[in-house]
Design a protein around this ligand. Structure first.
Ligand SMILES: Cc1cc2nc3c(=O)[nH]c(=O)nc-3n(C[C@H](O)[C@H](O)[C@H](O)COP(=O)(O)O)c2cc1C
Length: 177
Protein backbone atom coordinates (compact mmCIF):
# COMPACT_ATOMS: atom_id res chain seq x y z
CA UNK A 1 0.00 0.00 0.00
CA UNK A 2 1.24 3.50 -0.79
CA UNK A 3 1.96 6.41 1.51
CA UNK A 4 -0.42 9.36 1.20
CA UNK A 5 0.89 12.92 1.18
CA UNK A 6 -2.25 15.03 1.72
CA UNK A 7 -1.81 18.77 1.35
CA UNK A 8 -3.73 22.01 1.82
CA UNK A 9 -2.66 25.00 -0.24
CA UNK A 10 -3.99 28.39 -1.21
CA UNK A 11 -1.38 29.54 -3.73
CA UNK A 12 0.35 26.26 -4.70
CA UNK A 13 3.66 26.32 -2.79
CA UNK A 14 2.60 23.55 -0.42
CA UNK A 15 1.54 21.30 -3.29
CA UNK A 16 5.07 21.57 -4.69
CA UNK A 17 6.53 20.59 -1.32
CA UNK A 18 4.11 17.65 -1.05
CA UNK A 19 5.12 16.44 -4.52
CA UNK A 20 8.81 16.67 -3.63
CA UNK A 21 8.24 14.67 -0.42
CA UNK A 22 6.30 12.03 -2.37
CA UNK A 23 9.06 11.72 -5.00
CA UNK A 24 11.73 11.25 -2.33
CA UNK A 25 9.67 8.62 -0.51
CA UNK A 26 9.03 6.78 -3.76
CA UNK A 27 12.73 6.89 -4.67
CA UNK A 28 13.53 5.50 -1.22
CA UNK A 29 11.29 2.47 -1.80
CA UNK A 30 8.06 3.78 -0.26
CA UNK A 31 5.68 4.54 -3.15
CA UNK A 32 3.77 7.71 -2.31
CA UNK A 33 0.97 9.69 -3.88
CA UNK A 34 -0.23 13.25 -3.33
CA UNK A 35 -3.83 14.40 -3.00
CA UNK A 36 -5.48 17.66 -1.94
CA UNK A 37 -6.56 17.08 1.67
CA UNK A 38 -10.13 18.19 0.89
CA UNK A 39 -10.60 15.35 -1.62
CA UNK A 40 -9.61 12.45 0.66
CA UNK A 41 -12.46 10.36 2.04
CA UNK A 42 -10.77 7.21 3.36
CA UNK A 43 -7.29 6.31 4.58
CA UNK A 44 -7.68 2.53 4.65
CA UNK A 45 -5.66 2.15 1.42
CA UNK A 46 -2.57 3.85 2.86
CA UNK A 47 0.20 2.49 5.08
CA UNK A 48 1.20 5.92 6.36
CA UNK A 49 0.08 9.52 5.94
CA UNK A 50 1.90 12.82 5.72
CA UNK A 51 -0.24 15.93 6.14
CA UNK A 52 1.12 19.25 4.90
CA UNK A 53 -0.43 22.69 5.07
CA UNK A 54 0.27 26.31 4.31
CA UNK A 55 0.20 28.51 7.42
CA UNK A 56 -1.85 31.70 7.43
CA UNK A 57 -2.00 33.94 10.50
CA UNK A 58 -0.51 31.17 12.61
CA UNK A 59 -3.04 28.55 11.56
CA UNK A 60 -3.13 25.65 9.17
CA UNK A 61 -5.33 26.01 6.07
CA UNK A 62 -8.94 25.01 6.81
CA UNK A 63 -8.74 21.98 4.46
CA UNK A 64 -5.90 20.51 6.55
CA UNK A 65 -7.65 21.18 9.87
CA UNK A 66 -10.84 19.58 8.53
CA UNK A 67 -8.81 16.60 7.24
CA UNK A 68 -7.40 15.99 10.73
CA UNK A 69 -10.86 16.33 12.28
CA UNK A 70 -12.42 13.96 9.72
CA UNK A 71 -9.75 11.27 9.81
CA UNK A 72 -8.40 11.46 13.38
CA UNK A 73 -9.23 7.84 14.18
CA UNK A 74 -7.66 6.42 11.00
CA UNK A 75 -4.63 8.69 11.37
CA UNK A 76 -3.92 7.41 14.89
CA UNK A 77 -3.89 3.83 13.53
CA UNK A 78 -0.94 4.43 11.15
CA UNK A 79 2.36 6.30 11.09
CA UNK A 80 1.77 10.03 10.54
CA UNK A 81 4.01 13.05 9.98
CA UNK A 82 3.02 16.70 9.66
CA UNK A 83 4.65 19.56 7.82
CA UNK A 84 3.87 23.25 7.48
CA UNK A 85 4.90 25.69 4.76
CA UNK A 86 5.24 29.14 6.21
CA UNK A 87 8.18 31.45 6.70
CA UNK A 88 9.37 33.62 3.85
CA UNK A 89 12.67 35.31 3.08
CA UNK A 90 16.29 34.32 3.47
CA UNK A 91 16.72 35.16 7.17
CA UNK A 92 16.75 32.11 9.44
CA UNK A 93 16.03 34.10 12.62
CA UNK A 94 13.58 36.90 13.44
CA UNK A 95 14.48 40.31 14.87
CA UNK A 96 14.36 38.90 18.40
CA UNK A 97 16.90 36.24 17.43
CA UNK A 98 14.39 33.38 17.45
CA UNK A 99 14.66 30.56 14.92
CA UNK A 100 11.94 31.12 12.28
CA UNK A 101 11.40 27.42 11.85
CA UNK A 102 10.42 27.18 15.53
CA UNK A 103 8.36 30.37 15.67
CA UNK A 104 6.50 29.45 12.46
CA UNK A 105 5.02 26.24 13.81
CA UNK A 106 1.23 26.64 13.70
CA UNK A 107 -0.13 27.81 17.06
CA UNK A 108 -2.13 24.58 17.41
CA UNK A 109 0.73 22.20 16.53
CA UNK A 110 0.54 20.38 19.88
CA UNK A 111 -3.18 19.72 19.33
CA UNK A 112 -2.56 18.56 15.75
CA UNK A 113 0.10 16.14 16.99
CA UNK A 114 -2.21 14.85 19.70
CA UNK A 115 -5.13 14.42 17.30
CA UNK A 116 -3.07 12.49 14.73
CA UNK A 117 -0.49 10.72 16.89
CA UNK A 118 2.15 12.25 14.58
CA UNK A 119 5.68 10.90 14.91
CA UNK A 120 7.26 14.14 13.74
CA UNK A 121 6.66 17.64 12.46
CA UNK A 122 8.55 19.98 10.18
CA UNK A 123 8.35 23.60 9.07
CA UNK A 124 9.60 24.49 5.61
CA UNK A 125 10.10 27.90 4.07
CA UNK A 126 7.32 28.72 1.58
CA UNK A 127 6.69 31.01 -1.34
CA UNK A 128 4.76 34.22 -1.92
CA UNK A 129 3.68 35.95 -5.12
CA UNK A 130 2.07 39.21 -4.00
CA UNK A 131 0.40 39.67 -7.41
CA UNK A 132 -1.78 36.63 -6.63
CA UNK A 133 -2.91 37.67 -3.14
CA UNK A 134 -6.64 37.72 -2.47
CA UNK A 135 -8.32 40.70 -0.80
CA UNK A 136 -7.57 39.49 2.74
CA UNK A 137 -3.93 38.93 1.80
CA UNK A 138 -3.63 42.39 0.31
CA UNK A 139 -5.09 43.88 3.48
CA UNK A 140 -2.52 42.01 5.60
CA UNK A 141 0.25 43.42 3.40
CA UNK A 142 -0.82 46.94 4.43
CA UNK A 143 0.16 46.26 8.05
CA UNK A 144 3.79 47.42 8.43
CA UNK A 145 4.76 44.57 10.79
CA UNK A 146 3.36 42.02 8.33
CA UNK A 147 5.24 43.57 5.42
CA UNK A 148 8.51 42.81 7.23
CA UNK A 149 7.86 39.07 7.17
CA UNK A 150 5.84 38.79 3.95
CA UNK A 151 8.79 38.66 1.60
CA UNK A 152 8.01 38.05 -2.05
CA UNK A 153 9.75 35.09 -3.70
CA UNK A 154 10.12 31.32 -3.63
CA UNK A 155 12.09 30.24 -0.56
CA UNK A 156 11.32 26.53 -0.61
CA UNK A 157 14.46 24.70 0.50
CA UNK A 158 14.41 21.58 -1.68
CA UNK A 159 17.45 19.91 -0.04
CA UNK A 160 15.92 20.40 3.43
CA UNK A 161 12.60 19.00 2.22
CA UNK A 162 14.33 16.01 0.60
CA UNK A 163 16.39 15.33 3.74
CA UNK A 164 13.29 15.33 5.91
CA UNK A 165 11.47 13.00 3.49
CA UNK A 166 14.43 10.60 3.54
CA UNK A 167 14.27 10.60 7.35
CA UNK A 168 10.60 9.68 7.16
CA UNK A 169 11.45 6.91 4.67
CA UNK A 170 14.07 5.50 7.07
CA UNK A 171 11.56 5.40 9.89
CA UNK A 172 9.05 3.68 7.63
CA UNK A 173 11.66 1.10 6.65
CA UNK A 174 12.38 0.46 10.32
CA UNK A 175 8.64 0.07 11.02
CA UNK A 176 8.29 -2.37 8.13
CA UNK A 177 11.22 -4.33 9.53
C1 LIG B 1 -2.13 36.58 4.30
C2 LIG B 1 -0.94 35.68 4.61
C3 LIG B 1 -0.68 35.34 5.93
C4 LIG B 1 0.42 34.51 6.24
N1 LIG B 1 0.65 34.17 7.54
C5 LIG B 1 1.72 33.37 7.82
C6 LIG B 1 1.99 32.98 9.17
O1 LIG B 1 1.29 33.32 10.10
N2 LIG B 1 3.08 32.21 9.41
C7 LIG B 1 3.90 31.79 8.41
O2 LIG B 1 4.89 31.11 8.68
N3 LIG B 1 3.64 32.11 7.11
C8 LIG B 1 2.59 32.90 6.81
N4 LIG B 1 2.33 33.23 5.50
C9 LIG B 1 3.18 32.70 4.43
C10 LIG B 1 2.54 31.50 3.76
O3 LIG B 1 2.33 30.48 4.67
C11 LIG B 1 3.47 31.00 2.66
O4 LIG B 1 3.45 31.98 1.66
C12 LIG B 1 3.06 29.63 2.14
O5 LIG B 1 4.15 29.02 1.48
C13 LIG B 1 1.88 29.71 1.20
O6 LIG B 1 1.52 28.38 0.82
P1 LIG B 1 0.60 28.05 -0.42
O7 LIG B 1 1.24 28.69 -1.65
O8 LIG B 1 0.62 26.57 -0.46
O9 LIG B 1 -0.77 28.61 -0.16
C14 LIG B 1 1.25 34.04 5.19
C15 LIG B 1 0.98 34.40 3.86
C16 LIG B 1 -0.12 35.20 3.56
C17 LIG B 1 -0.39 35.56 2.13
Amino acid sequence: MPVLVAYATKYGATRGIAEHVARELTDAGHPAETLPAATVTDLSGYTAVIVGSAVFAGRWHRDARDFVRRHGAQLRERPVWLFSSGPLGTATHDKAGKDLVETSQPLAIAKLVEATGARGTAVFFGALDTARLDRAGRLVMRVPAARDVMVEGDFRDWPAIAAWARGVASELSATRG
